[in-house]
Design a protein around this ligand. Structure first.
Ligand code: GTP
Length: 359
């Protein structure tokens, strides 16, 4: 039986204010909590038992996903009272696994959307006889990632987290946040204290002579840590650019959840989702955006690549471009918010108060 550990305990600070009340893996992408897509992909790869390593807002996962049977797998919840980092979380979750010492176990960051063939990664791990196998992708601008150069046969040579100096840019291969561990390797991670896989465990294993195997795969890959990439992922799921069996509908230019109301003359496109009970008034244009449950979009508003929180309100003729509106926030009429602007949950912006001129 193949097992997986999903890391879902991070605070998701870059996605605030939406993550103040909802942990990042529970923020809806293409109509369902993002985690539902990952569970569906794991199940399709043959995974039958998933351990969810929770910490931040841990209590919200189980009421939604239960024992996992509705998603075709068995779920176990392991909660760190204090966050133990990515490595500490793997160590804590390992105790809930049934795999034998030499069995492969998938470990997935909870905020990665990828088209990677997970079954293929398991196969490559077994063939290489590796201690840990890492999915690597190629980044045009690797500054925000961990660089992982590999030698002949895919052997990992080094780890450079968030490189700065020019001599550190030895490769464009970056850690994609999906791993296969030989089960017993997890037990070598120290228990009960914070540990970073990227900064401590992997460099430590390398120094100890372990075989870390890198598999470069450049199929679809997106790290949903930032709002711009989160809305992009949701839009790509809706349009079928990347497929997930958890999307509640056929691929198309937009997705309306049951109870969403869109008035005649409104235009939706680019993979936009309109949540349950949300209302979009006439003449509004929404492109490549996520409008969550119960939100209201006024007449003639124009929303592009933005997230509108639950029960939030966007006033008539207001323009949002790359903005995040928190749950229950209100943006009055005739405002213009661009380029990463965020409105905190529950805040109200009066009419015509903010106007960014396009550079
Ligand atoms: P930011 O605060 O915006 O950096 O987001 P994050 O908290 O999610 O951190 P990051 O993107 O580095 O985390 C990568 C993955 O590991 C995510 O799926 C997190 O949920 C998860 N994660 C990070 N830290 C912890 C932790 O201490 N415990 C657990 N269980 N998971 C964690």
């Amino acid at each position: 039986m193949t097992e997986a550990v999903l890391l879902v305990g991070g605070k998701g600070t870059r996605l605030q204010p939406l993550t103040l009340t909802t942990p990042k893996p529970m923020v809806p992408a293409a109509g369902v909590p993002f985690l539902a897509h990952q569970l569906a992909r794991a199940r399709d790869a043959g995974v039958r038992h998933v351990v969810l390593a929770t910490s931040y807002l841990a209590e919200v996962f189980e009421p939604y996903f239960g024992d996992g049977s509705a998603h075709g797998l068995r779920l176990t919840y392991v909660t760190e009272d204090v966050p133990l980092g990515t490595g500490g979380a793997v160590r804590a979750a390992a105790d809930a696994l049934a795999s034998g010492p030499a069995d492969p176990v998938l470990v997935l960051n909870g905020d990665i959307l990828s088209g990677l063939d997970l079954g293929g990664l398991l196969h490559r791990h077994e063939r290489a006889g590796a201690d840990v196998t890492l999915h690597l992708t190629r980044a045009e601008d690797p500054r925000a990632f961990g660089l992982v150069p590999t030698g002949p046969g895919g052997r990992v040579l080094a780890f450079t987290e968030k490189p700065r100096r020019p001599e550190e840019f030895v490769t464009d291969q970056v850690n994609a946040g999906v791993y296969v561990f030989r089960r017993e390797v997890m037990d070598t991670i120290p228990a009960g204290r914070p540990v970073s896989l990227e900064r401590e465990t992997f460099p430590g294993l390398l120094a100890a002579g372990a075989l870390l195997h890198g598999v470069v795969d450049t199929s679809y890959w997106l790290d949903l840590g930032r709002p711009a990439s989160f809305v992009q992922a949701s839009a790509d799921l809706v349009r079928g650019v990347v497929r997930s069996p958890a999307v509640p509908g056929e691929p198309g230019e937009f997705l309306l959840l049951p109870g969403a109301r869109v008035e005649a003359g409104a235009r939706l496109g680019g993979g936009t989702v309109v949540g349950a009970g949300a209302h979009v008034a006439a003449g509004a244009e929404i492109e490549g955006s996520v409008v969550l449950d119960g939100a209201r979009v006024g007449e003639g508003a124009r929303i592009h690549a933005s997230m509108v929180g639950r029960q939030a309100r966007v006033g008539p003729r207001t323009v949002l471009h790359g903005a995040v509106i928190g749950d229950h926030a209100g943006v009055g009429a005739d405002n213009e918010l661009r380029d990463g602007a965020r409105v905190w949950c529950g805040t109200t912006i009066p009419d015509a108060a903010i106007r960014f001129s396009a550079a």
